[in-house]
Design a protein around this ligand. Structure first.
Ligand code: CAA
Length: 259
């Protein structure tokens, strides 16, 4: 199987759960071919429909999160074929899920792999991580966000450097650049990512969805539009039990218990 899906209970108190998806094409360093990406999309969309699943962690192997789109599958394609299926357009569906998705990156995270990680809501990595957009070495350019999301995340200077030279950046550089939220030891990466997922799972589902939507909108919207969206989502949360419970719990000096 191209991916492994493991749904785990988020805690002992209720039915909430978190899901760990592991990319599993080790012989090709998790190169993203159509079959693998199809399986990944299918699995994430199913999990997204399950109200109990509150966070997804996406990881690869210790050697590679993913070494990019599958070059052997692409190499003989014609321009017409690329256009006909709008190659990589469908990949963007990963960024449209309601459930937060955390990429836990170890080893190579290159080309489409780096782009997939950036489609997730948060990237954490281990010290072994190497991020890059080496498509330039193949006579092409990034095709799934490597010139766009990366530039918005780390700025033009570093993005241009990576996209024009194909050089990789390590975990420390990725952290300093703001591409990743946390760097963990190689041995504890997945465990730490699952802890983050459980932490998110304990919050109110609607406020998590709203926070995800609002933060992601910051990459797309002009400031005033984004601020308006943020306020409207903030206002809407006053229609939820979780807002009443969260604020009452604070004032009663007890932990909140969200539904
Ligand atoms: N596609 C297909 N196969 C790949 C692959 C890829 N992106 N990356 C690695 N593999 C395969 C290799 O062909 C090799 O297969 P064989 O054992 O059958 O020969 C196997 O995985 C192991 O790879 P290496 O022997 O090369 O391992 P290494 O440790 O020497 O090097 C590496 C690791 C630096 C990551 C190197 O594999 C590499 O440079 N990979 C390609 C990276 C790349 O160019 N990615 C961009 C792809 S294009 C893209 O992603 C477009 C887009 O924007 C969506």
């Amino acid at each position: 199987s191209n991916i492994l899906v493991d749904v785990q209970k988020a805690n002992d108190k209720d039915n909430t759960s978190i899901a760990l998806i592991t990319l599993n094409r080790p012989k090709a360093l998790n190169a993203l071919n159509d079959a693998l990406f199809g399986d990944l999309l299918h699995a994430t969309q199913l999990l997204d429909k399950d109200k109990d699943v509150r966070c997804i962690v996406l990881t690869g192997s210790t050697k590679a999160f993913a070494a990019g789109a599958d070059i052997s599958e692409m190499k003989d394609k014609t321009y017409e074929e690329c256009m006909a299926v709008d190659m990589f357009a469908e990949w963007q569906q990963i960024s449209k899920l309601k459930t937060p998705i955390v990429a836990a990156v170890a080893g190579f995270c290159l080309g489409g792999g780096c782009e997939l990680a950036m489609m997730c809501d948060m990237i954490v990595c281990s010290k072994s991580a190497k991020f890059g957009q080496p498509e330039i070495n193949l006579g092409v350019i990034a095709g799934a966000g490597g010139t766009q999301r990366l530039t918005k995340r780390i700025g033009k200077a570093k993005s241009m450097y990576m996209n024009l030279t194909g050089e990789f950046i390590n975990a420390e550089e990725a952290f300093v650049s703001g591409l990743v939220a946390k760097v963990f030891d190689n041995e504890t990466l997945v465990e730490e990512a699952l802890k983050i997922a459980k932490n998110i799972a304990a919050k109110g589902a609607l406020s998590v969805q709203a926070a995800k939507e609002a933060v992601n909108a910051a990459e797309d919207l002009p400031l005033q539009e984004g601020l308006r969206l943020e306020r409207r989502l903030f206002h809407a949360l006053f229609a939820t039990d979780d807002q009443k419970e969260g604020m009452a719990a604070f004032l009663e000096k007890r932990p909140a218990s969200f539904k």
